[in-house]
Design a protein around this ligand. Sequence first.
Ligand SMILES: CC(C)(COP(=O)(O)OP(=O)(O)OC[C@H]1O[C@@H](n2cnc3c(N)ncnc32)[C@H](O)[C@@H]1OP(=O)(O)O)[C@@H](O)C(=O)NCCC(=O)NCCS
Length: 442
Amino acid sequence: MAPSRAMSQDNYPHIRWFRYSAPYINAHRGKTFVLVFGGEAACHANFANIIHDIALLNSLGVRLVLLHGARLQIDQRLAAAGAKTSFHDGIRVTDQATLAHVKDASGSLRSQIEALLSMGLPNSPMQGSSIRVCSGNFLTARPIGVVDGIDFQHTGRVRNVDAVGIRQNLEQGSIVLLSPLGYSPTGEIFSLALEDIAVHTAAAVAADKLILFGSRAGISDADGTLVRQCDLGRAQQLMNSCTDEEQRRLLGTARRTCTAGVPRCQIISYTEDVALLQELFTHDGCGTLVSSDAYEQARSATINDVGGILELIEPLEAEGVLVKRSRELLEAEIGYFRVLERDRRIIACAALYPFEQQSSGEVACVVTHPEYRGSDRGQRLLQELQSTALQMGLKQLFVLTTQTSHWFLEQGFAEATLDVIPAQKQEMYNLQRNSKVLVKSL
Ligand SMILES: CC(C)(COP(=O)(O)OP(=O)(O)OC[C@H]1O[C@@H](n2cnc3c(N)ncnc32)[C@H](O)[C@@H]1OP(=O)(O)O)[C@@H](O)C(=O)NCCC(=O)NCCS
């Protein structure tokens, strides 16, 4: 007899993970991601793993622009040479002598990254990968000039990004690698801030995501708790209350990039082996997402949400799409609900009723307000319920539905017979409704 899919998956967890990742692979294919890492990241022991994951993303059809900084390497070269540089307002003044070190540090680091991306050693994650890396004069710079009487000389700002040139290379499957140097139409070289390059490049190539690597898991609030998601207003608040320079810089770059039209910026750690793939291929991610969308918070429902949920579900109960729930029943079961809130209004909800003894859970009452349909909010809530179910150790989800079976089929459920659901639920099955039973293995 052929083994059941659940049994095979249990024996081969990586197969389960691969299947679980398929929707993310499809969602990311053909998208443009700009990845930004400073010089400290590039010399961290975990950088080789990041390079392997970059190679993997490239092979999955993600269009990648990599931006590297070199502050640490520049400082090291200046120190080794006993050279002194001055700063004004936290910005380095790049005189002719400093520029030589900036060019050396950037050029050397760029070559190292190109070499790492060219690896193809057998028995390594890079085996069989053949990556074309493309660097060049994509950034046009202008001098900062004289500020407060200080001439910044070869310290510049991004004047223009050759988005057409970058896109042409991305379309041919190359990875574009940019260093923190820009060239002016007068033929001079300017040292550029990585953050400035990140904002301008991500906006110019209309990136789908900007991914910023920092030394911590993401952004932490005043209590030290990791902020999973925030909108631009909250990002500004966090910046105002934060004293850590790196965190402020990351938040500031994410905010500016979102304001420039990039929908999502993700801040993750360069020290954690799994961070990049976890952020991109799991629902919960692992870092901080700064998003330009009006903030929609998904959270567990509380007793205060009963009114909002009733408003959402009553029209569907009247149509017979959902089974009628009284206010009292909803109050008693509110702990099973998750809601999506926007502007203090409940715009979507979904419930998970666990049957823990049978390792099973019922999904019910998945509703998006008609004005907010068309952006996969239902799917988002369902995925959250799935994560909760997995955390609870449940092995399958089931749903009873009369009119929405096709939507659930598209979410990976399959039609099943009544006997696959827990016995106590079978007893409550309403023959008159003649609902379809759909099941999804987790
Ligand atoms: C099912 C539901 C929650 C999905 O909401 P959503 O993800 O926020 O967004 P949408 O409504 O745009 O649905 C997403 C897709 O599913 C499709 N879809 C929605 N309801 C469907 C149904 N009953 N049968 C088949 N497909 C359906 C939509 O057409 C859309 O497809 P598209 O992207 O190709 O246009 C929402 O349509 C809803 O509230 N439906 C009424 C309540 C319901 O039936 N709930 C399930 C009972 S538990």
